[in-house]
Design a protein around this ligand. Structure first.
Ligand code: GTP
Ligand code: MG
Length: 197
């Protein structure tokens, strides 16, 4: 998919105030600092479309971007910042769960996982929560440039093996690097294919 236009639409903390449109929507979600905003800039080839930062917790609101005048890309705040996983309660920020529960035009969530790290309970629990709420999602392993190819392959295999213990149907996954552009075509083609169905 060629990106011909990418425009910021609106930021807010209330699902009810998200754009009143039937355009298909794709959301990027994951732990703080995993690289959601950077990935959005990489995909759209716009340096500062989404605000990024070395400090976790940069994105605080639901941010809508209109792509090619035909679909919305959504940058969400990270979960799990400055708190350990509250396994039993599965408490993610309220408006993140409200977004996924209520936003009917949300076609697919991309759950970003830092490819350098071992499976973290908060990410596994978040994906379980998505599964329980029948939210379609894919995994994106980020920051691939930070690992040597062998280590990257090993980490992803380990992650997939861990997922196989809970999931009978495995989500599709992508491997990306916002600095090298790795995975860009694959993610955009995936979105394009769904949009043209
Ligand atoms: P919050 O909005 O705080 O939840 O973070 P975020 O998930 O949007 O992360 P953001 O895109 O702001 O990136 C966090 C940090 O990781 C920044 O310093 C980025 O430059 C860096 N980063 C993100 N993606 C990559 C990547 O693919 N490779 C490398 N080397 N660094 C990355
Ligand atoms: Mg962000």
């Amino acid at each position: 998919m060629k990106i011909t236009s990418a425009e910021f639409v609106i930021s807010n903390s209330e699902v009810a105030k998200c754009p009143d449109s039937r355009l298909p929507e794709y959301a990027f979600i994951g732990r703080s600092n995993v690289g959601k905003s950077s990935l959005i800039n990489m995909l759209t080839e716009r340096k500062n479309l989404a605000k990024t930062s070395g400090r976790p917790g940069k994105t605080q609101l639901i941010n809508h971007f209109l792509i090619n005048k035909s679909w919305h890309l959504v940058d969400l705040p990270g979960y799990g910042y400055a708190q350990v996983s509250k396994s039993a309660k599965k408490t993610f920020q309220k408006f993140i769960t409200a977004y996924f529960e209520k936003r009917e035009q949300m076609i697919c969530a991309f759950v970003l996982i830092d490819s350098r790290h071992k499976p973290q309970p908060i990410d596994l629990e978040f994906m379980e929560w998505l599964g329980e709420h029948q939210v379609p999602f894919c995994i994106i392993y980020t920051k691939a440039d930070k690992l040597k190819p062998k280590a990257l392959e090993r980490n992803i295999n380990d992650y997939q093996a861990e997922m196989l213990q809970t999931w009978t149907e495995m989500p599709q996954y992508f491997i990306t690097s916002s600095s090298s552009g790795m995975g860009r075509d694959e993610v955009l083609d995936y979105i394009d294919r769904i949009n043209s169905q």
